[in-house]
Write a protein that binds this ligand. Sequence first.
Ligand code: AMP
Ligand code: ZN
Length: 216
Amino acid sequence: MKKRMIFVGPPGAGKGSQAKILSEALNIPHISTGDMFRMHLKNQTPLGLLAKSYTDQGLLVPDSVTNDMVKERLNQDDVKNGFILDGYPRNPNQAEYLDQLLGSLEWQIDVVLNVTSEDDIIIKRITGRRTCPVCGAIYHIDNHPPKVEGICDNDGSPLVQRKDDTEETVKRRLSVYNEETFPLIAYYQNKGLLIDVDGNRELSSITKDILEILGA
Ligand code: AMP
Ligand code: ZN
């Protein structure tokens, strides 16, 4: 079964939701560099404060900072049985760094899942997104509302909108994706690792497809 995977694709295509579901289903860690930066910010670490100046604008955090953080994460024990990278790598330089890092650990990526969607759908999805600051659950005001408006189903916490989920910043993130991240599609296609997954469907049917791709 394929257990070392990368999610690529534009922001808001549903990578994070799928990565979370799979992480629980397969019992392997979900490594989201975006979540890691947000956690650092919540804890007011120097790394978090540095990252904030980029994330707030929808720009990429510098590669050296991001690569170091991922290196440290992939050296922890819980990734030995597999991992789900979500939002990393985000440009060709990070992809090359990851190849070297995995090479030194004597690992290989099994599959790269390219979750696709269109810009207008993405903008609707992201601007309607609300998250739970406590458990990380993701909701959508129209497509996947919580039982009680503005409140997490799991723990009753008030939901929040990410600061970079406003329309203006989403547009910036989409153009950053097109310029910096999109070349990774060809990069992984050339390695024979890329599989497209249509993100414009029910979460559960996307998950079903992915589990099949993984051979789970
Ligand atoms: P995400 O939650 O994946 O949409 O990431 C939120 C923000 O964190 C991005 O808009 C970037 O500012 C930053 N970020 C996340 N992953 C990376 C990465 N691999 N390289 C650089 N910046 C990143
Ligand atoms: Zn919650």
